[in-house]
Design a protein around this ligand. Structure first.
Ligand code: CA
Ligand code: CA
Length: 452
């Protein structure tokens, strides 16, 4: 059995020889969520041109990658900016692991794709980077593990990994348990692999992990017979020992740590075990594990993605893709909104969802009926006053586009074809009268110098 850590070299992989200049059928409109304007951009997959847009989404820094199983059994990643422009050719990021596709986790972080997954008898993690058109894969973790489950979280050049299953130590099957370890991005352990919890009935599964400067947190759910589950978290220093079990929720609760926030608080999700429709709950714990807020009942909600300030998006069920946005105070912002700018098929299904730090919401979804299905990717991008170059921030690079939009709107539209013309008066209106005029010049300069 190959051991990834024994191959510590960069492996150049071939670039997928697919063109990236095929125009997607694109639709765009402007929606308001809680009074704030967003551009909603939708593109449709073009299978006749042999180009997909992928399904699972990972987004950060205003960049979105989608993942698709390519024809040669490799994972193909597609890169888009916040206006759904393709900013790189399709990338072949390596073979699909021989495991359930549902168990492959995929994240874009710190300029790398990260993939982690259990295999038969192994757990593996690798990161993949693109440089001058060449693709390099770096192994991060490869450990013998039977029936493993793996979660990972990233923090300041470190990755925290929580696993459950049978560890294999020196060729011997260890006890079933939950384990945790902190590694560098190159896979160098920063401490021992910690044995967090054991259960000889094989009834405990890791459900999440979080890391900050000196605290590693692992959550897990135990099955106490057929009708009861208990969820708990444990804190530890990266060097151990594992802390006591801190119960999360009551009886028959499944759940886990979703993430650690900028203020070191922890967001934890729970639901009554095996009752998806009974609803999702969120709680906030202090860094030391005391319940600070919640559980807040969200009702029947399905996907959940949060930002480090505590704001999050979640999805409703039903025959249309509907999303809700909550602020850092966990108060819902406006009514729910859809991912579709337009489709001719009646039933919509969510495929992938993410939320990036610039506030953009990314959705891959399909629309189907008795005759077929169409695949779409939508970006719902906040419109920031003064951000005339559309990168999400007001900076000196917006001065020339602001002047252009003010003095020659036709030329601005030609220079920024990805920004909908209806957005110009939203982006350029700094004095709040709804249109871009000379009266916005002074407030624009003021916002540039002093902040919005
Ligand atoms: Ca800008
Ligand atoms: Ca104005």
């Amino acid at each position: 059995m190959p051991h990834l850590l024994s191959v510590r070299v960069c492996v150049p992989l071939t670039l997928a020889a697919l063109s990236c200049d095929v125009a997607f059928a694109q639709r765009q409109d402007i929606i308001f969520i809680g009074g704030r304007p967003y551009a909603r951009t939708q593109i449709q997959e073009d299978l006749s041109a042999a180009i997909g847009i992928g399904d699972w989404i990972t987004a950060a820094d205003g960049v979105c990658y989608t993942r698709w199983g390519g024809p040669a059994n490799n994972i193909i990643a597609y890169q888009f900016d916040r206006w759904l422009r393709r900013t790189a050719p399709p990338l072949d990021v390596g073979p699909i692991p021989e495991t359930s596709p549902l168990s492959i986790r995929f994240r874009y972080h710190a300029g790398h794709f990260w993939l982690w997954y259990p295999l038969s008898g192994m757990i593996e993690m690798r990161r993949v980077r693109v440089n001058d058109g060449a693709v390099y894969a770096f192994p991060v973790l490869g450990e013998f593990f039977v029936d493993g489950t793996i979660y990972a979280e990233f923090e300041r050049e470190r990755v925290a990994v929580a696993t459950s299953g049978h560890s294999i130590e020196s060729g011997d099957l260890g006890p079933w348990g939950v384990y945790a370890q902190v590694l560098t991005y190159d896979g160098v352990p920063l401490g021992p692999r910690l044995h967090m919890y054991s259960d000889f009935q094989e009834s405990v599964t890791a459900t999440g992990t979080a890391l900050d400067a000196d605290m590693l947190t692992v959550s897990h759910t135990r099955s106490l017979g057929s009708a009861d589950r208990r969820t708990a978290m444990q804190h530890t220093l990266p060097g151990g020992p594992a802390g006591p079990l801190l119960p999360i929720g009551g009886s028959n609760t499944s759940g886990g740590v979703l993430q650690r926030n900028l203020d070191s608080s922890l967001i934890v999700w729970t639901r009554v075990a095996n009752q998806q429709a009974a609803g999702l709950y969120l709680s906030r714990y202090t860094g030391s594990g005391a319940l600070a807020e919640g559980p807040v009942a969200l009702g029947p909600r399905y996907q959940l993605r949060a930002l480090a300030d505590g704001s999050f998006i979640t999805t409703l069920g039903g025959s249309q893709v509907q999303i809700e946005l909550y602020g850092p105070d966990w108060v819902v912002i406006g009514p729910s909104f859809g991912s579709a700018v337009g489709t001719t098929r009646a039933i919509q299904e969510l495929r992938g969802l993410d939320f990036s730090e610039d506030g953009t919401i990314w959705v891959s979804w399909l629309a189907r009926d008795g005759f077929g299905a169409d695949y779409y990717l939508t970006a719902i991008t906040p419109l920031t006053p003064g951000d005339l170059d559309g990168d999400g921030r007001l900076t000196n690079f917006d001065i020339d586009p602001f002047v252009l939009a003010l003095t020659n709107r036709e030329a601005y539209i030609a220079a920024f074809p990805h920004i909908p013309p209806e957005a110009i008066d939203i982006l350029g209106d700094l004095n709040g009268d709804g249109v871009l005029t000379n009266f916005d010049i002074d407030p624009f300069v003021d916002a540039l110098v002093n902040g919005p």
